[in-house]
Write a protein that binds this ligand. Structure first.
Ligand code: ATP
Ligand code: MG
Length: 554
C-alpha cells in the first residue's frame, strides 16, 4: 500500500467501503476528452484512478469522454490509449466511449421530462442570463417551466429530429432557480449541435452536457468511485441530483482531489495546442512538452513519472509543484540503470606529444558504477583526443582543478596528462593543447601516491563517432507562465533547445536504439527516433545536477 503506510483520504474511503460491504469491488475510471494529448497532470489522475483499482483488487475503465462532437479525435484517442499503456497501466477490455451511452442518455432525459424534472427552454442567451440571476441575485423560473409534460416531450423529440437550429432550444433540469450554487439553477442537460461526431456521424444533432452525461456513464459502467479534480466539486450536487431523480440504485459517488500544477510549463490543452499549431514546438511529442508522448521521446522513464505522481499524494490543497522535484525523480531512475559513456560536446583538440604516433590502445571503462554486474568495456586512446573546452582554463582562478598550463589532471580511465603548450588562432582563441602523459599512470592510477585533484573525460579523435546532440531545457523561462495577463508565448525560454555536434566513444554506434545512457559528467541522453545509423541524434533527458536552483540562488 502507500509508502508511508498511511492511506490518503480517497483510499481511506475505498478501504472503508470494501470493509463495510458497501461495495464488493472497487471500480474507477479515467475519462479523458480526446481533444489533445495526455500530459503529466493527466498522469497524476491516471496513477490515482488505476493505482487505487490495482491496489484494492478492482478495475479501472478507460473512457473516452467524446460527448462533444469535433474533428481529429481519432488521432487523439489512439494516442491516449498508447500513453496510458506506456505509463504502465492496463485497462484490458475495459475501453469505453461516453458516446456509446447516447441512447441511454436520451432515454434518461425523457424519463426526467415525464417526471416533470426537465423541460425545453427557448430563451435566448441574454434572456436566460437575465432570468438566471447571479451570485447576488436569485433567479426566476423561466417560462418553459410552465410547459406541460406532453409539450416538452414533443419539443425534445423535435430537437432530436433536427427541427431546430443550434442554440434555438435546450433541455434544462428543473431544480432550483434560487440555489446559491449557480450550477443548480436549472442547468442545461442537452443542447443542439448540428455537427458530425467522429464515431456516430450525423446520427445525433443533440448532445448531452458533461454534468448530465458523466454520472450516467459512471452509473452505466458500475463505477463505484468517480474521482476527479477539485473544479468539479461544485458540480457534485448536480451529479447526485441526476442519479437520484432517475432512481438509480447504488449510485456512484464523486470524490475530488487537487490537480497537479508544475512550474516552468503550461498544462492547459488550449495552450499546448497553440504551441503545436503555431510551431513553437515540433509537435505534441516535442521533447520539451509536458505531454506523455513528449516525455517518452525525451527519454523520461515511465517509472519516474509514476513515482513522482505517487509522491504528490492525494489531497484537496491546490499547490504548485517545483519541476526540479520531478527532475530529481528522473535522475534517480536513470542513475540506477543507465550505462555510462564518454562523450565530448564542446571539443578542444589535445595532442599527447610523447605518445607514439600510429598507436591505439584500449582501456577498461566501468559501464555502471551503480551496478557492478554491468561490467566493463574497452575505451580507445591514442595521440589525439578531444576534451571539453570548459575543462581547460588558461588563467584559472584558485580552486580550479581541471586542466591549465603546467597543471596535471587525470583522464578518466586513462592517464595523467600535463599541459605543456597552448596553441591559439589569430583571434587568440585556444584551438589546441599540447600535453605530455605519464605512461606509469595507466588506468588513471597514481604510481607514487602523487595527487591530482581533477578528473576529466575525453574521446579518442580517430575513433570517435560524431552525432547531433539536442540539448533540451525548460520550455519557459518563468516559473508561472501566463500569470497576471502576460501572454505566455512571450515567456518561452529562447534556449529551450540547442543543437550541437557531439563526439562519443565508438561503442555508441553499437547501442540498441532508445537506450537511455549517461555521458559521464554531462547528463543523461537517449537516441531520438530521428536517429539514423549514419547520423545519430541524441536527446538530453536531463543534466546530472540541478543547474537552475544554483542560478536562482545567484
Ligand atoms: P481541459 O483543459 O480541456 O479542461 P482537462 O485537462 O480537464 O481538459 P480531460 O481530458 O477532461 O482534460 O481530463 C481527464 C481527466 O484528467 C479529468 O478527470 C481531469 O480531472 C484530469 N486532469 C486533467 N488535468 C489534470 C491535472 N493537471 N492534474 C490532475 N488531474 C488532471
Ligand atoms: Mg476536462
Amino acid at each position: 500500500m502507500s509508502e508511508e503506510n498511511k492511506l490518503d483520504f480517497i483510499r481511506e474511503i475505498v478501504s472503508d467501503d470494501l470493509k463495510s460491504g458497501k461495495i464488493k469491488k472497487v471500480i474507477t475510471r479515467f475519462p479523458p476528452e480526446p481533444n489533445g494529448y495526455l500530459h503529466i497532470g493527466h498522469a497524476k489522475a491516471i496513477c490515482i484512478d488505476f493505482g487505487i483499482a490495482e491496489e484494492f483488487g478492482g478495475e479501472c475503465h478507460l473512457r473516452m469522454d467524446d460527448t462533444n462532437p469535433a474533428k481529429e479525435e481519432t488521432e487523439y484517442a489512439e494516442n491516449i490509449m498508447n500513453d496510458v499503456k506506456w505509463l504502465g497501466f492496463d485497462y484490458g477490455e475495459k475501453l469505453f466511449h461516453a458516446s456509446d451511452y447516447f441512447d441511454l442518455m436520451y432515454e434518461c432525459a425523457v424519463k426526467l421530462i415525464k417526471k416533470g424534472k426537465a423541460y425545453v427552454c427557448d430563451l435566448s442567451q441574454e434572456e436566460w442570463e437575465e432570468c438566471r440571476g447571479d451570485s447576488t441575485r436569485p433567479g426566476k423560473n423561466p417560462p418553459g417551466r410552465l410547459r406541460s409534460v406532453e409539450e416538452n416531450l414533443a419539443l425534445f423529440e423535435r430537437m432530436k429530429n433536427g427541427d431546430f437550429a443550434d442554440g434555438e432550444m435546450v433541455l434544462r433540469a428543473a431544480i432550483d432557480m434560487t440555489s446559491p450554487n449557480i450550477h443548480m439553477r436549472d442547468p442545461v442537460l442537452y443542447r443542439i449541435r448540428h455537427a458530425e461526431h467522429f464515431r456516430h456521424g450525423n446520427k445525433w444533432c443533440i448532445y448531452p452536457i458533461y454534468d448530465f452525461a458523466h454520472p450516467l456513464e459512471d452509473a452505466a459502467e458500475g463505477v463505484t468511485h468517480s474521482i476527479c479534480t477539485l473544479e468539479f466539486e461544485i458540480h457534485r450536487p448536480l451529479y447526485d441530483w441526476v442519479l437520484e431523480n432517475l432512481d438509480w440504485p447504488n449510485p456512484p459517488r464523486q470524490y475530488e482531489f487537487s490537480r497537479l500544477n508544475l512550474s516552468y510549463t503550461v498544462m492547459s490543452k488550449r495552450k499546448l495546442l497553440q504551441l503545436v499549431k503555431e510551431h513553437y514546438v515540433s509537435g505534441w511529442d516535442d521533447p520539451r512538452m509536458p505531454t506523455l508522448s513528449g516525455m517518452r521521446r525525451r527519454g523520461i522513464p515511465a517509472a519516474a513519472i509514476r513515482n513522482f505522481c505517487r509522491s504528490l499524494g492525494v489531497t484537496k490543497v491546490n499547490s504548485n509543484t517545483d519541476v526540479s522535484i520531478f527532475e530529481e525523480f528522473i535522475r534517480r531512475e536513470l542513475n540506477a540503470v543507465c550505462p555510462r559513456f564518454l562523450a565530448v560536446l564542446n571539443p578542444l583538440k589535445v595532442t599527447i606529444v610523447n605518445y607514439p604516433e600510429d598507436q591505439t590502445e584500449f582501456l577498461d571503462g566501468v559501464n555502471n558504477p551503480e551496478d557492478p554486474s554491468a561490467g566493463t568495456r574497452k575505451i580507445p586512446f591514442s595521440r589525439t583526443i578531444y576534451i571539453e573546452k570548459t575543462d581547460f582554463m588558461e588563467n584559472p582562478p584558485k580552486g580550479y582543478f581541471r586542466l591549465s598550463p603546467g597543471k596535471e589532471v587525470r583522464l578518466r580511465y586513462a592517464y595523467f596528462i600535463t599541459c605543456v603548450e597552448v596553441v591559439k588562432d589569430e583571434s587568440g582563441e585556444v584551438v589546441e593543447l599540447k600535453c605530455t602523459y605519464d605512461p606509469a599512470t595507466r588506468g588513471g592510477d597514481s604510481p607514487d601516491g602523487r595527487k591530482v585533484k581533477g578528473t576529466i573525460h575525453y574521446v579518442d579523435a580517430a575513433t570517435a563517432v560524431k552525432f547531433e546532440c539536442r540539448l533540451y531545457d525548460r520550455l519557459f523561462s518563468v516559473e508561472n507562465p501566463g500569470m497576471n495577463d502576460v501572454d505566455f508565448l512571450t515567456e518561452l525560454n529562447p534556449d529551450s533547445l540547442k543543437v550541437i555536434d557531439g563526439y562519443g566513444e565508438a561503442a555508441l554506434a553499437q547501442l540498441p536504439e532508445r537506450t537511455a545512457i549517461q555521458f559521464e559528467r554531462t547528463g543523461y541522453f537517449i537516441s531520438d527516433p530521428d536517429s539514423k545509423p549514419d547520423k545519430m541524434v541524441f536527446n538530453r533527458i536531463c543534466t546530472l545536477k540541478d543547474s537552475w536552483s544554483k542560478l536562482n540562488k545567484k
